[in-house]
Design a protein around this ligand. Structure first.
Ligand code: CTP
Length: 398
């Protein structure tokens, strides 16, 4: 990752089981060409040794505030000045509380008080500790003091619980730090994109789906990345390579897509819904293959509506900017404007899917960009060029 080359990163490791992941974070920073120094709290040293961190980072590890020898080598003020970015990962509930209180009674808190660079932190703790109102209050205090949070994610925890509090994966953390050094229209912005079709299973061998190739979503992901954004895709089944430096989660059904979007959405600034989500799914899933002998000459499939993912995101969107697509075969602008309003969107991108030379599976597209105030046509161009135009429009108008 070229953005990280020669950058000075101070990694602060605090006490928690996720401390072992700090070793992988160091490795990823090193392979990106960053110059990394490691600071460990006392509790962190109970989980992983300074020797390991020293061997991986190639620099002596910083542990003490009041050790005259260590201070003489590089004191806390110099360490703060040396850093282009400080990353606290994992950041325990206790560390969040101490940082929020403004204390400076150990090396980590003193360095953070003295720092003028950006400070990122990746919370990692048990889900009950994370949802405790005191942790939430402390977390908000840090955010109000310009600390930038990465995660936490939701999922299975070391203690066996399930929920929010899991530290984000090292690669995700590195991607976010790298994007903060990016330049471009969306520098540092976090963008979540849904893409491709969904598959709604009928029985173990059959499903309902549609013709979406995912090309538009993946191409927008590339354009957003090139504009300095930090991009994640949640994709239905497509045969496309994941663009470099883009996170990807694969799903099959609309329900799975909704679940992944719900889990992730709080961490993002922009949501772009390019997925051709199936509007309906079979009411019943047949566990065994449906045999034709048993069904006579007709087979009736009872379908039930899937939840609208885009609408559910925009219902509680707060500062999040929400962008939808409208696949139409007639009255394109009129229908798109209706969806813009009904789904409470900031922008809708409408295209005519009845024309085979554009839209589904094609490499070209022609669209209308519609907001409450603006209506702009982009005539037939490659999806790559169109994606760049869309990103420019978003950066300028939203
Ligand atoms: N969408 C979604 N979840 C669904 C259906 C649609 O997130 N269950 C999103 C699509 O990703 C797209 C937008 O909603 O951004 C509009 O999708 P479209 O298929 O054009 O419209 P629908 O809302 O499904 O309405 P209709 O099929 O009646 O035109």
């Amino acid at each position: 990752m070229k953005q990280l080359a020669n950058k000075h990163i101070l990694l602060c490791v605090t006490g928690g089981i996720a401390a072992y992941k700090a070793a992988e974070i160091i490795r990823l920073f090193k392979t990106s060409g960053a110059n990394i120094r490691v600071l460990m709290t006392e509790a962190a040293q109970e989980f992983i040794t300074p020797l390991t961190m020293q061997a991986l980072s190639g620099n002596q590890v910083h542990t003490d505030l009041l050790d005259t020898k260590a201070e003489a080598a590089m004191g806390h003020i110099e360490l703060a000045k040396w850093s282009d970015i400080i990353l606290i990962a994992p950041c325990s509930a206790n560390s969040i509380a101490r940082l929020a209180s403004g204390k400076g009674d150990d090396l980590m808190t003193a360095v953070c008080l003295a720092a003028v660079c950006k400070i990122y932190f990746a919370p990692a703790m048990n889900q009950a500790m994370w949802s405790d109102s005191r942790t939430q209050e402390n977390f908000k205090k840090l955010i109000n003091n310009n600390f930038i949070s990465i995660g936490p994610d939701s999922g299975e925890q070391a203690c066996g619980d399930e929920g929010f509090g899991r530290m984000s994966e090292p690669q995700q953390i590195i991607n976010q730090i790298a994007s903060s050094f990016s330049q471009g229209l969306l520098a540092g912005k976090k963008i979540l994109i849904t893409a491709g079709p969904t598959r709604e299973k009928i029985d173990p061998v059959r499903y309902i789906s549609n013709r979406s190739s995912g090309k538009m979503g993946f191409s927008i992901a590339e354009a957003a990345r090139d504009a300095g954004g930090l991009v994640s895709i949640i994709s239905g089944p497509v045969s496309l390579e994941t663009p470099n430096e883009v996170d990807r989660i694969n799903v099959e059904s609309a329900d799975e897509m909704l679940k992944e979007v719900d889990k992730a959405i709080n961490n993002f600034d922009l949501f772009i819904s390019t997925a051709a989500v199936s509007d309906f799914k079979p009411e019943e899933y047949e566990n065994q293959k449906i045999k034709k002998q048993k069904k006579g000459n007709n087979l009736n499939l009872e379908l039930t509506k899937n939840q609208d993912i885009l609408k559910s995101v925009s219902e509680n969107k707060g500062d999040l900017k929400v962008i939808g697509f409208a696949a139409e075969t007639q009255n394109i602008i009129e229908n798109a404007k209706k969806k813009l309003k009904e789904k409470n969107l900031d922008l809708i991108i409408a295209n005519d899917v009845s024309d085979d030379s554009i839209g589904f599976d094609s490499d070209e597209n022609e669209v209308y960009l519609i907001t409450k105030k603006i209506e702009k046509k982009i005539s037939k161009v490659s999806k790559k060029k169109l994606s760049r135009n869309i990103i420019e429009f978003i950066a300028e108008n939203l």
